[in-house]
Design a protein around this ligand. Structure first.
Ligand code: HEM
Length: 497
């Protein structure tokens, strides 16, 4: 063999040997980790064709048919609480085992992330922030917003009353049918934008300076665009979505104008700072950094998380109450103890049955049922493998963990045979735990929980004080409609008197 041929062989063979060696040693390390922890495979969904396309197509169809939850539930019924599937070329492990959920959310927190799943999908809209990042960046972003959200929970309730008074005239008092869901969304948006940006977009007021239809349209188009980008995964690169691009522009411009206004007036505000200022997320963030792009990104992260949550939960709760007159009666009795008094924090805290009703509403109809993480390194799940599903399961780096609180919350083994029924009384003995994931858990638990529960409780009490009867005007069952959150696709049509 001549010299140049030898060199050519070496150039080809050397990288191949390195690759092969790396591959074998990785497999060996995985084997050692799996066997040292006693891992056994979890049940695997039987599939046809390449790349798990069959599963992808079936789950998309189930979503379009408004039955994604039931589709997934059937699979849990078939394979028990933990099972694996290939979906569009990616390995997924689905679980509703509370032990696994706690493991991922707390004990093995460092091995799991969500940035690779969320950030590329949402980047053009909201960029890095508490909702979309992991590691140091997330820890810093979370440390920034958590105390502000915590404080806001105890902030002035008179702002809730102000917005409620704008909302009230939109509800017919003569008992004619009205879809309360979009109206509650407007109420929620007004409250949330005031807290986040210092100025409400004023969707409920005649004289708002903001073109709120344009702004709300942009938020909705941004949500839809983000949804498509999630769905397409890496193929999103080929997506051309003019509505999404326009929505991002409108939302960025709107938020940037508020940020600029804050910095332009900060000097004058300091000189007259004797007056107590309302707590505003933007102002609090701007005290810590003058990086305007970062502030915008954090604001849009929170806006995304906060936008429609309260409205959907209140709508769902009213839907359930309108179909459970006995529960409505008990709740009404509790609320009647304060007569026409405008609720204070102490009152909100004292309404024990109301809290049970909200817990139960979030149990049967959770706002964000799908939650996922990606394994950032080789690791395990403590349960789900072997013939009885009791052994640990090995999880390769890159595998996606998915849980579903709709199915978890209706698991008969945990909640009993009546798991599908709306029964607030169950919370007399039930405790919050890893079988209840309405607000997540562990270091990434929802930091807006206290704030949103205040808003929901306040609005429900005020509605009960204003209306002596809340009845359903729709025979149809609740219809699953999922974007980033899940709401009733039929709306919530009620008669209020
Ligand atoms: C009823 C309404 C709400 C529900 C049911 C809800 C539920 C959740 C859940 C389940 C998570 C955990 C997601 C995960 O594990 O990845 C979460 C995270 C989060 N929520 Fe909420 N949320 C609600 C309202 C709000 C509000 C009003 C805010 C802010 C004002 C907010 C801010 C956040 C943020 C920033 C995160 C990300 C936390 C992190 O990753 O560190 N949420 N929420």
């Amino acid at each position: 063999m001549n010299r140049s041929l030898e060199v050519a062989w070496a150039l080809v063979a050397f990288p191949l040997i390195i690759f092969f060696f790396n591959y074998i040693s990785k497999r060996w390390r995985r084997y050692l980790l799996a066997s040292s922890r006693g891992c056994k495979p979890a049940p695997r969904h039987k599939q046809k064709g390449p790349f798990g396309l069959d599963f992808f197509i079936k789950s998309m169809k189930a979503s379009l048919d408004h039955r994604r939850m039931e589709f997934t539930r059937d699979l849990f019924n078939k394979y028990d609480r933990t099972w694996q599937v290939t979906n569009f070329g990616k390995e997924f492990i689905f679980t509703i085992d509370p032990m696994n959920i706690q493991w991922v959310m707390v004990h093995d927190f460092e091995s799991w992330g969500l940035e690779p799943l969320r950030l590329p999908a949402v980047a053009p809209y909201m960029g890095p922030g508490v909702f979309t990042t992991d590691g140091q960046f997330w820890a810093h972003a979370r440390a920034q917003v958590k105390p502000i959200l915590g404080k806001a929970q105890f902030s002035d309730l008179s702002r809730l009353e102000y917005h409620f008074q704008n909302f009230l005239p939109l509800l017919p008092r003569d008992g004619s049918a009205v879809d309360v869901q979009p109206l509650l969304e407007r109420l929620g948006t007004d409250i949330v934008t005031e807290f986040i940006l210092g100025e409400s977009v004023g969707t409920l007021t005649e004289n708002s300076s903001v073109d709120h239809k344009k702004f709300l349209g942009a938020l909705s188009d941004a949500d839809a665009g983000v949804g498509k980008r999630f769905l397409l995964g890496k193929l999103r690169f080929f997506l051309r979505d003019k509505n999404f691009d326009k929505a991002c522009q409108i939302a960025h411009k709107y938020v940037d104008e508020r940020i600029d206004a804050y910095f332009n007036t900060v000097a004058t505000r300091k000189s007259s700072s004797q007056e107590p200022q309302p707590l505003v997320l933007l102002n609090e963030l701007a005290k810590e950094t003058d990086d305007r792009k970062l502030i915008r990104s954090q604001i849009l992260n929170i806006l995304q998380a906060a936008e429609d949550g309260a409205a959907i939960i209140i709508s769902n709760t009213l839907f359930l109450l309108s179909r459970h007159p006995d529960v409505q009666r008990t709740l009404r009795e509790e609320i009647s103890t304060i007569n026409a008094q405008i609720p204070t924090f102490e009152v909100l805290k004292s309404m024990k049955y109301l809290r049970k009703v909200i817990n139960e509403s979030l149990r049967v109809l959770p706002l964000a049922p799908n939650n996922s993480r990606v394994a950032l390194k080789d690791t395990i799940l403590p349960r789900g493998g072997g013939p009885h599903g009791k052994d640990p399961v090995f999880v390769e780096k890159g595998m996606i963990y998915g849980t579903n609180s709709y199915i978890l919350h209706r698991d008969k083994e945990t909640w009993g045979e009546d798991a599908d029924d709306f029964k607030p009384e169950r919370w007399e003995t039930q405790r919050h735990g890893w079988h209840y994931q309405a607000f997540g858990g562990g270091p990434r638990t929802c930091p807006g929980q206290g704030l949103v529960l205040t808003q929901i409780s306040y609005t429900l009490i005020r509605l009960f004080q204003e209306f002596k009867a809340i009845e359903s005007r729709d025979e149809r069952p609740w219809l699953e409609s999922i974007k980033l959150t899940m709401c009733n696709g039929n709306g919530v049509i009620l008669s209020l008197r």
